[in-house]
Design a protein around this ligand. Structure first.
Ligand code: V4E
Length: 244
């Protein structure tokens, strides 16, 4: 049975035409695709303020949960770790619902949220074509848990891998272009739950060196830019909580 839990270790980088050209020379393009993401949270951001990200991508539910806090991430090899994010990924809907309830229960210990009616503040969000099998946001479990869609965008993705068994085996590089006009690259390794993260961090570092990525600055992801532009209140709260 395919595992529905793994840890995604990734490093984002600034994507430009040179990197794309370089990847075409040293890696294998494994395809291009377009997908629409819808992200859900309570109106008072119970999930994302705990670094938990619920999304529906082309009809498939996924939950990403931070495996370490930002402070823990600075212990050990700080530079390498800070550039790389690690999130547990859950793709089984029952497990997702269980985890979401668990996170909300913890959150509700601090604050009662059920039936709150604060509007989610959006500023002229871009219009994307709806994917046929994506939920409309009124599925019963979403309503029961007071979950609403706070971000929706479409991405064009070009993916690359490196052949062989060497330092770059299992490494994937994605070049993403979001429909609201932001491009970002990601070097990522998917680690089955319980397996060695350090090896993934080393592989990412090697790949970054090979691509000539010298910057030590954290690069914004699509969600950072989306929230900054269209949901400034939500963005400010995540910044204050050191989530972004
Ligand atoms: C915003 C966020 C998450 C949602 C997914 O973000 P990301 O991995 O950037 O999206 P995408 O489309 O590349 O997903 P993939 O196809 O790789 O599964 S999960 C965690 N965050 C917060 C976050 C953060 N704190 N720091 C960094 C560098 N990225 C994301």
């Amino acid at each position: 049975m395919e595992s529905t839990m793994s840890v995604e270790v990734e490093r984002k980088f600034v994507c430009d035409a040179d990197i794309q050209k370089q990847l075409e020379e040293i890696a294998v393009c494994i395809g291009q695709k377009q997908f629409q993401d819808k992200y859900f949270d309570t109106p008072d951001f119970l999930l994302t303020l705990r670094d938990v990200w619920l999304r529906c991508r082309q009809g498939c539910w996924e939950l990403k949960c931070a495996t370490v806090t930002k402070a823990e991430d600075r212990v050990g090899e700080p530079q390498k770790a800070e550039l790389c994010s690690r999130y547990q990924e859950i793709t089984n809907l029952s497990q997702i619902q269980l985890k979401v309830r668990e996170v909300m229960k913890e959150g509700n210990g601090e604050k009662k949220t059920a039936n709150q009616t604060h509007p989610v503040v959006h500023q002229d969000t871009p219009k994307t074509e709806g994917a046929k099998n994506c939920p409309t946001g009124n599925e019963s479990w979403l309503m029961e848990l007071n979950l609403v869609c706070f971000a929706e965008f479409t991405t064009q993705r070009c993916s690359f891998t490196f052949g062989g068994e060497g330092d770059e085996s299992g490494v994937r590089v994605d070049l993403d272009q979001a429909d609201f006009g932001y491009c970002v690259g990601e070097i990522e390794v998917l680690v089955p739950k319980g397996e060695d993260i350090q090896s993934a961090l080393r592989k990412i570092e090697k790949t970054a060196q090979r691509l000539g990525l010298s910057g030590h600055q954290r690069v914004q992801g699509k969600m950072d830019v989306y929230l900054q532009r269209y949901c400034p209140e939500h963005y400010a709260k995540l910044l204050s909580a050191h989530i972004l």
